[in-house]
Design a protein around this ligand. Structure first.
Ligand SMILES: Cc1cc2nc3c(=O)[nH]c(=O)nc-3n(C[C@H](O)[C@H](O)[C@H](O)COP(=O)(O)OP(=O)(O)OC[C@H]3O[C@@H](n4cnc5c(N)ncnc54)[C@H](O)[C@@H]3O)c2cc1C
Length: 282
């Protein structure tokens, strides 16, 4: 029997590995639901209201823009991912997923490490303590890449030495670098997945996890086109204005922001608004 809420587009992607970083991947291994399931679930719970919104797409846009999030929880997706442990550390902070991970207590650690090319060494940002800005010179980059290779080789040698002496895998692994890849099965509903994407596609998120989030975004766009359009419009590319920012824009008040960061972020928003205005003018 065919599934009621099927996605031919996503069926075509099942089991395909989308490569991320140098040796990572993301692969959809299962899913439940489609755009239609979201609107049907909403109509069950909001029958009175939704009578006024007959069009499926309009209903999805209404729900996303008014935070009627529970119908999006009816759809679920499962990924198999291969990801370096430092990126995984950030990823696993999203508690609303169901997770199973490759066990380095039970099995020998995956041999792959994330390697950095000579032109990929990012410099510490001066304005954002959590961020990077610009790149190291190629000459220095060559040296760091060479030193990284030495470190990876050395840690592998030590790990093997411990295993050969009969040390338990749970202890032998303790000095493996965070660049070591791990594999996990990660299942999340669409409400929480969109929240994950909002946070991890943002340019404040670290480059590496952004690469995974961008791949997931492409998959969600194919799977749930109406949901994706509404999410892009009302959440991902929207601008949130604080009360003080509204006062500043409407000249109601000449208040100063608490910090340089607030001033900087306000200016970024103004810049973005201008760009949008000028694009709309074209
Ligand atoms: C740019 C960036 C920088 C970050 N920097 C740091 C850092 O320096 N240090 C650090 O420790 N973390 C940091 N984080 C992690 C961040 O604080 C969150 O832990 C992470 O993004 C997961 O977000 P979440 O809790 O909203 O998601 P999820 O865990 O998926 O939860 C989704 C939502 O469910 C609800 N929820 C889940 N669990 C609970 C709960 N126990 N109680 C109440 N509500 C709950 C909340 O509404 C939450 O937003 C950073 C994240 C980002 C994106």
């Amino acid at each position: 029997m065919n599934r009621i809420y099927d996605s031919k587009e996503l069926n075509d992607l099942l089991g395909i590995k989308f490569l991320v970083l140098d040796k990572g991947f993301i692969e959809v291994i299962d899913y439940m639901g489609n755009d239609k399931k979201i609107v049907d679930s909403a109509r069950t719970s909001y029958e009175e209201k939704s009578k006024r919104i007959n069009d499926d797409n309009a209903l999805i846009r209404y729900m996303i823009s008014h935070y009627h999030t529970s119908p999006f929880e009816q759809n679920v997706i499962t990924f198999r991912i291969k990801v370096p442990m430092d990126t995984w550390r950030q990823w696993i902070r999203h508690r609303t997923a169901s997770v199973n991970e490759y066990s380095t207590r039970y099995s020998i650690a995956i041999d792959d490490k994330q390697e950095t090319l000579f032109n990929q060494w990012r410099l510490q940002s001066k304005s954002n303590k959590q961020g990077s800005s610009g790149f190291l010179t190629y000459d220095d980059g060559y040296l760091l890449t060479k030193r990284e290779k030495e470190l990876h080789d050395f840690s592998k040698e030590i790990y093997k030495e411990r295993l050969n002496k009969g040390i338990a895998r749970e202890q032998a692994r303790k000095d493996l670098p965070l660049s070591t890849y791990t594999i996990a099965i990660w299942t999340m509903d669409v409400h929480n997945l969109l929240h994950f994407l909002k946070l991890r596609m943002d340019n404040h998120a670290q480059y590496e996890i952004r690469q995974y989030a961008n791949e997931i975004a492409k998959i969600v766009k194919i799977w749930l086109p109406n949901t994706w359009d509404a999410f892009e419009n009302y959440i991902l590319n929207s601008i949130v204005l604080s009360q003080e920012e509204i006062y500043r824009i409407s000249n109601k008040d000449s208040i100063k922001f608490e910090s340089n960061r607030e001033e900087m972020e306000f200016n970024e928003k103004l810049k973005k608004l201008k760009i949008l205005l000028s694009e709309a003018d074209i």
